[in-house]
Design a protein around this ligand. Structure first.
Ligand SMILES: CC(=O)N[C@H]1[C@@H](OP(=O)(O)OP(=O)(O)OC[C@H]2O[C@@H](n3ccc(=O)[nH]c3=O)[C@H](O)[C@@H]2O)O[C@H](CO)[C@H](O)[C@@H]1O
Ligand SMILES: [Mn+2]
Length: 293
Protein backbone atom coordinates (compact mmCIF):
# COMPACT_ATOMS: atom_id res chain seq x y z
CA UNK A 1 0.00 0.00 0.00
CA UNK A 2 1.32 3.45 -0.89
CA UNK A 3 1.14 6.33 1.56
CA UNK A 4 -1.55 7.85 -0.67
CA UNK A 5 -3.71 4.81 -0.01
CA UNK A 6 -3.02 5.13 3.69
CA UNK A 7 -4.17 8.73 3.80
CA UNK A 8 -7.27 7.88 1.80
CA UNK A 9 -8.03 4.96 4.10
CA UNK A 10 -7.63 7.11 7.18
CA UNK A 11 -9.88 9.77 5.72
CA UNK A 12 -12.61 7.22 5.02
CA UNK A 13 -12.39 5.84 8.55
CA UNK A 14 -12.58 9.37 9.96
CA UNK A 15 -15.60 10.15 7.77
CA UNK A 16 -17.42 7.00 8.93
CA UNK A 17 -16.64 7.85 12.53
CA UNK A 18 -17.99 11.38 12.11
CA UNK A 19 -21.11 10.03 10.40
CA UNK A 20 -21.82 7.59 13.22
CA UNK A 21 -21.04 10.17 15.88
CA UNK A 22 -23.11 13.01 14.45
CA UNK A 23 -25.97 10.85 13.23
CA UNK A 24 -27.54 11.28 16.65
CA UNK A 25 -27.56 15.03 16.38
CA UNK A 26 -29.41 14.88 13.06
CA UNK A 27 -32.93 15.61 14.23
CA UNK A 28 -35.57 13.55 12.48
CA UNK A 29 -38.51 15.27 10.82
CA UNK A 30 -40.31 12.13 9.62
CA UNK A 31 -41.14 8.90 11.44
CA UNK A 32 -40.50 5.52 9.77
CA UNK A 33 -44.27 5.36 9.08
CA UNK A 34 -44.05 8.77 7.42
CA UNK A 35 -45.78 10.88 10.04
CA UNK A 36 -44.33 14.38 10.38
CA UNK A 37 -42.26 15.27 13.43
CA UNK A 38 -43.05 18.90 14.17
CA UNK A 39 -40.12 21.28 14.58
CA UNK A 40 -40.09 25.00 14.03
CA UNK A 41 -39.50 25.73 10.36
CA UNK A 42 -41.01 22.48 9.03
CA UNK A 43 -44.53 23.83 8.47
CA UNK A 44 -46.44 26.77 7.03
CA UNK A 45 -48.83 28.05 9.69
CA UNK A 46 -50.89 30.04 7.20
CA UNK A 47 -51.76 26.88 5.24
CA UNK A 48 -52.48 24.92 8.41
CA UNK A 49 -54.73 27.66 9.81
CA UNK A 50 -56.77 27.50 6.62
CA UNK A 51 -57.08 23.73 6.94
CA UNK A 52 -58.13 23.78 10.60
CA UNK A 53 -60.21 26.97 10.51
CA UNK A 54 -63.28 26.74 12.78
CA UNK A 55 -62.13 23.66 14.66
CA UNK A 56 -62.95 23.62 18.37
CA UNK A 57 -60.15 22.68 20.71
CA UNK A 58 -60.35 21.29 24.25
CA UNK A 59 -57.49 21.50 26.73
CA UNK A 60 -57.77 18.92 29.49
CA UNK A 61 -55.86 19.34 32.71
CA UNK A 62 -55.88 18.04 36.30
CA UNK A 63 -55.17 20.44 39.17
CA UNK A 64 -55.66 18.35 42.28
CA UNK A 65 -54.46 19.08 45.82
CA UNK A 66 -51.29 21.21 45.83
CA UNK A 67 -51.16 21.23 42.04
CA UNK A 68 -53.91 23.83 42.03
CA UNK A 69 -51.07 26.29 42.59
CA UNK A 70 -49.85 25.65 39.05
CA UNK A 71 -53.20 26.39 37.43
CA UNK A 72 -53.19 30.17 37.11
CA UNK A 73 -49.80 30.47 35.36
CA UNK A 74 -50.74 27.49 33.20
CA UNK A 75 -53.99 29.11 32.03
CA UNK A 76 -52.54 32.61 31.70
CA UNK A 77 -49.71 31.32 29.54
CA UNK A 78 -52.20 29.28 27.49
CA UNK A 79 -54.14 32.48 26.82
CA UNK A 80 -50.94 33.94 25.35
CA UNK A 81 -49.68 31.03 23.31
CA UNK A 82 -52.10 28.10 23.04
CA UNK A 83 -54.32 27.95 19.97
CA UNK A 84 -54.71 31.70 19.72
CA UNK A 85 -57.58 32.56 17.36
CA UNK A 86 -59.40 29.25 17.92
CA UNK A 87 -62.36 28.35 20.05
CA UNK A 88 -60.81 26.81 23.13
CA UNK A 89 -62.49 25.14 26.09
CA UNK A 90 -60.39 24.43 29.17
CA UNK A 91 -61.53 21.36 31.08
CA UNK A 92 -60.00 21.73 34.51
CA UNK A 93 -60.51 18.90 36.98
CA UNK A 94 -59.91 19.69 40.61
CA UNK A 95 -60.88 18.55 44.09
CA UNK A 96 -61.23 22.16 45.24
CA UNK A 97 -63.41 24.17 42.87
CA UNK A 98 -63.60 27.24 45.11
CA UNK A 99 -59.79 27.56 45.03
CA UNK A 100 -59.74 28.12 41.27
CA UNK A 101 -58.74 31.73 40.66
CA UNK A 102 -60.39 33.94 38.04
CA UNK A 103 -58.56 34.18 34.72
CA UNK A 104 -59.13 36.74 31.99
CA UNK A 105 -60.08 34.78 28.89
CA UNK A 106 -60.06 36.07 25.32
CA UNK A 107 -63.12 35.91 23.11
CA UNK A 108 -64.16 32.42 22.10
CA UNK A 109 -62.42 30.79 25.04
CA UNK A 110 -64.20 29.26 28.03
CA UNK A 111 -63.20 27.61 31.28
CA UNK A 112 -65.08 24.62 32.66
CA UNK A 113 -64.13 23.62 36.18
CA UNK A 114 -65.15 20.10 37.09
CA UNK A 115 -64.96 18.14 40.28
CA UNK A 116 -62.79 15.08 40.81
CA UNK A 117 -62.11 13.20 44.02
CA UNK A 118 -58.52 13.43 45.22
CA UNK A 119 -56.71 10.12 45.56
CA UNK A 120 -54.20 9.65 48.32
CA UNK A 121 -51.19 8.75 46.17
CA UNK A 122 -49.95 11.14 43.48
CA UNK A 123 -49.56 8.16 41.18
CA UNK A 124 -53.27 7.44 41.46
CA UNK A 125 -54.17 11.09 40.81
CA UNK A 126 -52.01 11.10 37.72
CA UNK A 127 -53.45 7.80 36.45
CA UNK A 128 -57.02 8.82 37.23
CA UNK A 129 -56.76 11.21 34.29
CA UNK A 130 -57.24 8.23 31.98
CA UNK A 131 -60.40 7.11 33.77
CA UNK A 132 -61.84 10.63 33.60
CA UNK A 133 -60.89 10.92 29.93
CA UNK A 134 -62.75 7.72 29.06
CA UNK A 135 -66.03 9.19 30.29
CA UNK A 136 -65.40 12.75 29.15
CA UNK A 137 -64.58 11.75 25.57
CA UNK A 138 -67.60 9.48 25.49
CA UNK A 139 -70.30 11.64 27.10
CA UNK A 140 -69.84 15.34 26.53
CA UNK A 141 -66.84 16.07 24.33
CA UNK A 142 -68.22 14.71 21.06
CA UNK A 143 -70.71 17.61 21.14
CA UNK A 144 -68.32 20.23 22.44
CA UNK A 145 -64.94 19.98 20.69
CA UNK A 146 -63.23 18.51 17.63
CA UNK A 147 -59.74 18.01 19.07
CA UNK A 148 -58.66 17.40 22.62
CA UNK A 149 -55.22 18.19 24.00
CA UNK A 150 -54.20 16.67 27.35
CA UNK A 151 -51.52 18.32 29.44
CA UNK A 152 -49.78 18.31 32.80
CA UNK A 153 -50.56 21.39 34.85
CA UNK A 154 -47.03 21.90 36.21
CA UNK A 155 -46.06 23.51 32.92
CA UNK A 156 -46.23 26.91 31.22
CA UNK A 157 -46.61 27.82 27.58
CA UNK A 158 -43.59 29.83 26.56
CA UNK A 159 -43.98 30.20 22.78
CA UNK A 160 -46.47 29.58 19.97
CA UNK A 161 -48.48 26.32 20.08
CA UNK A 162 -51.06 26.30 17.31
CA UNK A 163 -52.67 24.43 14.43
CA UNK A 164 -49.43 22.59 13.66
CA UNK A 165 -50.14 20.25 16.61
CA UNK A 166 -53.59 19.20 15.39
CA UNK A 167 -54.07 15.71 14.01
CA UNK A 168 -55.92 12.44 14.59
CA UNK A 169 -53.45 11.09 17.14
CA UNK A 170 -50.57 13.26 18.31
CA UNK A 171 -47.88 12.61 20.91
CA UNK A 172 -44.73 14.40 22.07
CA UNK A 173 -41.25 12.91 22.23
CA UNK A 174 -39.96 12.97 25.83
CA UNK A 175 -37.30 15.70 25.96
CA UNK A 176 -34.96 13.45 27.93
CA UNK A 177 -34.99 10.73 25.27
CA UNK A 178 -34.96 12.36 21.85
CA UNK A 179 -31.34 11.35 21.27
CA UNK A 180 -31.60 7.98 23.03
CA UNK A 181 -31.52 4.54 21.44
CA UNK A 182 -34.72 2.47 21.83
CA UNK A 183 -32.99 0.10 24.28
CA UNK A 184 -32.61 3.01 26.69
CA UNK A 185 -36.30 3.94 26.63
CA UNK A 186 -37.92 3.50 30.03
CA UNK A 187 -40.84 1.47 28.72
CA UNK A 188 -42.43 -1.00 31.13
CA UNK A 189 -40.32 -4.17 30.81
CA UNK A 190 -42.25 -6.44 33.16
CA UNK A 191 -44.18 -8.94 31.01
CA UNK A 192 -46.85 -9.19 33.73
CA UNK A 193 -47.90 -5.57 33.20
CA UNK A 194 -50.43 -4.55 30.57
CA UNK A 195 -47.98 -1.79 29.63
CA UNK A 196 -45.21 -4.30 28.77
CA UNK A 197 -43.20 -3.52 25.65
CA UNK A 198 -40.53 -6.06 24.71
CA UNK A 199 -37.01 -4.95 23.76
CA UNK A 200 -36.78 -4.49 20.01
CA UNK A 201 -40.15 -2.79 19.73
CA UNK A 202 -41.07 0.86 19.92
CA UNK A 203 -39.99 3.95 18.03
CA UNK A 204 -39.93 6.86 20.45
CA UNK A 205 -40.36 7.42 24.15
CA UNK A 206 -43.36 9.71 24.47
CA UNK A 207 -44.11 11.91 27.46
CA UNK A 208 -47.61 11.92 28.89
CA UNK A 209 -47.42 15.63 29.75
CA UNK A 210 -48.69 16.68 26.27
CA UNK A 211 -50.64 14.63 23.74
CA UNK A 212 -53.85 14.96 21.82
CA UNK A 213 -56.04 14.06 18.91
CA UNK A 214 -59.63 13.82 17.83
CA UNK A 215 -62.13 13.10 20.59
CA UNK A 216 -62.67 9.64 19.12
CA UNK A 217 -58.96 8.80 19.10
CA UNK A 218 -58.45 10.04 22.66
CA UNK A 219 -61.41 7.91 23.69
CA UNK A 220 -59.71 4.83 22.24
CA UNK A 221 -56.36 5.75 23.76
CA UNK A 222 -57.70 6.48 27.24
CA UNK A 223 -59.86 3.34 27.22
CA UNK A 224 -56.80 1.24 26.44
CA UNK A 225 -54.70 2.95 29.12
CA UNK A 226 -57.41 2.87 31.77
CA UNK A 227 -58.11 -0.83 31.14
CA UNK A 228 -54.39 -1.55 31.45
CA UNK A 229 -54.15 0.38 34.71
CA UNK A 230 -57.13 -1.55 36.14
CA UNK A 231 -55.70 -4.89 34.99
CA UNK A 232 -52.37 -4.08 36.65
CA UNK A 233 -54.09 -3.01 39.87
CA UNK A 234 -55.84 -6.39 40.03
CA UNK A 235 -52.41 -8.01 39.93
CA UNK A 236 -51.11 -5.55 42.52
CA UNK A 237 -48.58 -4.06 40.13
CA UNK A 238 -48.03 -0.56 38.74
CA UNK A 239 -46.20 0.33 35.55
CA UNK A 240 -42.87 2.09 36.01
CA UNK A 241 -44.19 5.46 34.78
CA UNK A 242 -47.86 4.91 35.49
CA UNK A 243 -50.20 6.09 32.70
CA UNK A 244 -47.21 7.22 30.64
CA UNK A 245 -46.13 3.58 30.35
CA UNK A 246 -49.59 2.57 29.12
CA UNK A 247 -49.64 5.52 26.72
CA UNK A 248 -46.32 4.38 25.26
CA UNK A 249 -47.64 0.84 24.88
CA UNK A 250 -50.70 2.11 23.03
CA UNK A 251 -48.61 4.25 20.72
CA UNK A 252 -46.22 1.45 19.81
CA UNK A 253 -49.12 -0.49 18.30
CA UNK A 254 -51.29 2.50 17.24
CA UNK A 255 -48.84 4.83 15.56
CA UNK A 256 -49.47 8.54 16.03
CA UNK A 257 -50.35 10.43 12.86
CA UNK A 258 -48.18 13.33 13.99
CA UNK A 259 -45.29 13.50 16.44
CA UNK A 260 -44.27 16.63 18.30
CA UNK A 261 -40.59 17.35 18.85
CA UNK A 262 -39.28 18.23 22.33
CA UNK A 263 -40.05 21.86 21.47
CA UNK A 264 -43.47 20.94 22.85
CA UNK A 265 -42.23 19.69 26.24
CA UNK A 266 -39.00 21.08 27.51
CA UNK A 267 -37.32 21.24 30.88
CA UNK A 268 -34.49 23.73 31.30
CA UNK A 269 -32.64 21.24 33.55
CA UNK A 270 -32.09 18.93 30.57
CA UNK A 271 -28.96 18.72 28.40
CA UNK A 272 -28.94 19.38 24.61
CA UNK A 273 -31.19 22.41 24.90
CA UNK A 274 -29.15 24.06 22.12
CA UNK A 275 -30.64 21.53 19.67
CA UNK A 276 -34.16 22.64 20.57
CA UNK A 277 -34.46 26.24 19.44
CA UNK A 278 -38.07 26.99 20.38
CA UNK A 279 -39.12 25.98 23.88
CA UNK A 280 -42.86 26.21 23.62
CA UNK A 281 -44.05 24.37 26.72
CA UNK A 282 -41.82 24.38 29.77
CA UNK A 283 -41.84 22.31 32.94
CA UNK A 284 -42.15 24.39 36.10
CA UNK A 285 -39.55 23.23 38.58
CA UNK A 286 -41.07 21.80 41.71
CA UNK A 287 -40.06 20.17 44.93
CA UNK A 288 -41.56 16.70 44.42
CA UNK A 289 -41.67 15.80 48.10
CA UNK A 290 -43.38 19.02 49.09
CA UNK A 291 -45.90 19.21 46.28
CA UNK A 292 -46.97 15.59 45.99
CA UNK A 293 -47.86 14.88 49.61
C1 LIG B 1 -39.84 12.97 34.42
C2 LIG B 1 -40.87 12.32 35.25
O1 LIG B 1 -40.69 12.13 36.42
N1 LIG B 1 -41.98 11.95 34.61
C3 LIG B 1 -43.09 11.23 35.19
C4 LIG B 1 -43.71 12.04 36.25
O2 LIG B 1 -44.02 13.27 35.65
P1 LIG B 1 -44.28 14.55 36.47
O3 LIG B 1 -43.25 14.71 37.54
O4 LIG B 1 -44.40 15.64 35.50
O5 LIG B 1 -45.69 14.18 37.12
P2 LIG B 1 -46.60 15.24 37.86
O6 LIG B 1 -46.18 15.31 39.27
O7 LIG B 1 -46.61 16.49 37.08
O8 LIG B 1 -48.04 14.55 37.76
C5 LIG B 1 -48.73 14.54 36.54
C6 LIG B 1 -49.94 15.47 36.57
O9 LIG B 1 -50.97 14.92 37.39
C7 LIG B 1 -51.68 15.96 38.04
N2 LIG B 1 -51.50 15.86 39.51
C8 LIG B 1 -50.56 15.03 40.05
C9 LIG B 1 -50.43 14.93 41.42
C10 LIG B 1 -51.25 15.70 42.27
O10 LIG B 1 -51.17 15.66 43.50
N3 LIG B 1 -52.16 16.52 41.68
C11 LIG B 1 -52.31 16.63 40.33
O11 LIG B 1 -53.14 17.40 39.86
C12 LIG B 1 -51.12 17.27 37.51
O12 LIG B 1 -51.85 17.68 36.37
C13 LIG B 1 -49.71 16.86 37.14
O13 LIG B 1 -49.12 17.76 36.23
O14 LIG B 1 -44.85 11.37 36.74
C14 LIG B 1 -45.89 11.19 35.76
C15 LIG B 1 -47.06 10.63 36.47
O15 LIG B 1 -47.27 9.29 36.34
C16 LIG B 1 -45.37 10.36 34.60
O16 LIG B 1 -45.16 9.04 34.97
C17 LIG B 1 -44.08 10.96 34.10
O17 LIG B 1 -43.47 10.12 33.18
MN1 LIG C 1 -45.64 17.19 35.32
Amino acid sequence: MTSKHWVLGCLIVLLLFLLVFFRKAALQILTPWLAPIIWDGTYDLWILNNQFKGKRIGLFVFAVKRYIGFLLPFLESAEHYFMVGYNVTYYVFTDNISAVQKVRLSNGRILKVLKVEADKRWQDISMKRMQILVNLTHDRLPKEVDYLVCADVDMVFNDHVGAEILGDLVATIHPGYFLAEPRQFTYERNPASAAYIPYGEGDFYYMAAFYGGTVEEINKLSTFCHNGIVADKKKNIEAVWQEESHLNKYLVYNKPTKVLSPEYIWDTNLPNGDLVKKKRFLAVHKNHKEIRN
